[in-house]
Design a binder for this molecule. Structure first.
Ligand code: F6R
Length: 590
């Protein structure tokens, strides 16, 4: 949810942290802050608002130093106020922290510290951490030992980065929340996500659960709190590049990532056959396969169920990840759970796979982030290869998930080569779907819809999850109320809401054209304004978006104009498509 970053090296840390905060802003943007160790002690600047607004007011670059930490916040405990913004500092003004996650027993800990004379200046759970460390340091422990002891008293999930004014040291710990280390020449970066430091290094250390990183002038050491000993972790070179994490010629990451789908889909066509075959074999062997995910990844997973049924004649069960633990009773050591998650850090998805593992089931993941918790906790993984997805709203990660699920279904049906050829060909068509002409055409539709309050979407078969995903995109970035239904379902109640002029988007395909057009007519008869998306125009449509027939790949083609429409609506309605209100990338709390 929040984004955290730390730097320890020989350069001035302030500009590095500021740039890192900009890159991490997609993880939370209620407030932001920075702390830097200078020759005159530690200096903290923090406030409510977006990083650049705060920078304009407070000047994050005012102070210089070689050790610093930063934070972008998505509030959990305590309102969006300056006091609750991070970094937080201990009572003696020496220990400074940034934190992502939740300290579950913070109320008890706060009570205890208050009884010991500590004062609290925010409503956050975080403030208990530096003060617990100060408490242990007062009793004679050094900084590292005090951090270790403090964490024994703090329950919950966290990624934290700490600095100490006098000690010129940086300590970082992860427990059920993301944290990666970047290793440069005589310098180290610690962050929630790789794009935060990608400009400086591609050499990364993925931390394991309860790893505590200690960095000082002698270098970096990792102590594992579970093993209670020092451990070695490999340095991995990653293949993302800094350009992928920048907006380039685009005004927003949202549009950049929509356009990147041509490339992403072409990359999926090059996935190694061995990997697809291996995962398909696991599905063949399993006695019961369940696919779990949240949000957009859940829509991709639902698609998967249709694809496995149609192409591979195989029944796969789908469940929203947060509900999956309620079905754990079905699981046996012969079950297989496939978890789909762009970030690989979504708390509900992780809880689902942990429930599966506790029943002895095998876990396979489809994720975009190498080294993510999901990947590390899975028995096997397929990496999505979509490149960093910076926009809070998922686009290219979604279509890459669809393409991977399609290839798995093809392999199960013995048609992997054919499937790959179709995906390859699709890549070229997506280039057209994201063209400037298409964007202009969809802007005309956005102009018609910009003042609408309610919008309905229908689709049948594969177009049903497409309708769900299109509705989510529109809601997230334009704040228009959009609701999707299976074509046959709307008339069972919700049709009561259709009035003169209510916009309804209807997804069609050659296969279900007759039935869905009948549903469109039912809506038109009640005065709806009908927008058709599909291969063939029809008299019932007031506006038509032509997308060529692509059979089982219709879903990938048809969602792209909807992503663009959502973008255009956001712009016309004055919303920031990269940072929708109340949202955060990687929802690491349940
Ligand atoms: C919507 C969106 C979210 C995520 C969901 C799961 O645009 O991005 O609905 O899809 O929070 O996230 P991951 O895929 O990271 O598990």
């Amino acid at each position: 949810m929040c984004g955290i970053i730390g730097y320890f090296g020989n350069r001035n840390a302030a500009p590095i942290i500021l740039e890192g905060l900009r890159r991490l802003e997609y993880r939370g943007y209620d407030s932001a802050g920075m702390a830097i160790i200078t020759n005159n002690g530690v200096k903290i600047k923090k406030d409510v608002g977006k990083v650049d607004e705060i920078h304009a007011r407070l000047n994050f670059l005012e102070h210089e130093g070689n050790i610093a930490i930063g934070h972008t916040r998505w509030a959990t405990h305590g309102g969006v106020t300056r006091e609750n913004a991070h970094p937080h500092i201990s009572n003696n003004g020496k220990i400074v922290i940034v934190h992502n996650g939740i300290i579950e027993n913070f109320q008890e800990q706060r009570k205890f510290l208050t009884s010991q004379g500590f004062k609290f200046y925010s409503q956050t759970d975080t403030e208990t951490i530096p003060n617990t460390i100060e408490y242990h340091m007062r009793r004679g422990y050094d900084f590292f030992e005090a951090v270790k002891r403090s964490l024994r008293h703090l329950d919950g999930q966290y990624a934290i980065v700490l600095i100490h004014e006098d000690e010129k040291k940086l300590v970082a710990v992860r427990k059920e929340a993301p944290l990666v280390i970047g290793v440069g020449e005589g310098e180290y970066f610690v962050a929630s996500d790789i794009p935060a430091f990608l400009e400086h290094t591609k050499n990364v250390i993925f931390l394991e659960e309860k790893d505590m990183v200690m960095i000082d002038k002698d270098g970096l050491k990792i102590f594992n709190l579970i093993k209670d000993s020092f451990v070695e972790r490999p340095i991995v070179s990653i293949d993302w590049n800094a350009e992928q994490a920048k907006k380039g010629e685009f005004d927003h990451f949202f549009m950049k990532e929509i356009v990147e789908q041509t490339e992403v889909i072409s990359r999926i066509a090059k996935l190694e056959d061995g990997l697809i075959k291996d995962i398909a074999d696991e599905i063949r062997k399993a006695k019961g396969t369940y696919i779990v995910a949240c949000g957009t990844a859940a829509h991709a997973s639902m698609h998967g169920v249709y694809l496995f049924s149609r192409i591979a004649k195989k029944h796969i069960n789908f469940c929203i990840a947060s509900e999956f633990p309620h079905f754990k009773h079905f699981l046996t050591p012969e079950s297989l759970v496939i978890a789909v998650s762009q970030s690989g850090e979504t708390a509900d998805t992780l809880a689902a796979i942990r429930a599966a593992k506790s029943a002895g089931a095998k876990v396979i993941s489809i994720t975009n982030v190498m080294g993510s918790t999901l990947m590390r906790e899975s028995d096997k993984s397929i990496l999505q290869r979509a490149g960093p997805e910076i926009c809070v709203v998922s686009t290219k990660a979604y279509t890459s998930q669809l393409a991977i699920l399609y290839l798995l279904a093809c392999e199960l049906a013995g048609k992997l080569d054919e499937g790959k050829e179709k995906i390859r060909e699709l890549g070229r068509y997506i280039y057209y779907l994201t063209s400037i002409n298409m964007r202009k055409y969809l802007k005309q539709l956005a102009e018609k819809l910009r003042y609408t309050e309610h919008l309905y979407l229908i689709g049948r078969g594969l177009q049903y999850p497409t309708a769900l995903e299109a509705a989510l995109k529109i809601k997230e970035v334009s704040y228009i109320h959009a609701e999707a239904y299976a074509g046959g379902e709307l008339k069972h109640g919700t049709i009561a809401l259709i009035e003169h002029g209510t916009p309804c988007i209807v997804f069609t395909s050659e296969e279900n054209e007759k039935e869905i057009i009948s549903n469109a007519m039912e809506l038109k008869a009640r005065g709806a304004y009908i927008i058709g998306v599909g291969p063939r125009n029809n008299d019932v449509f007031d506006f038509f978006i032509k997308v060529r027939e692509a059979g089982e790949l219709n879903s990938i083609c048809q969602i792209i104009p909807m992503q663009i429409l959502a973008y255009q609506l956001a712009i016309l309605r004055g919303c920031d498509p990269d940072k929708p209100r109340n949202l955060a990338k990687a929802v690491v709390v349940k």
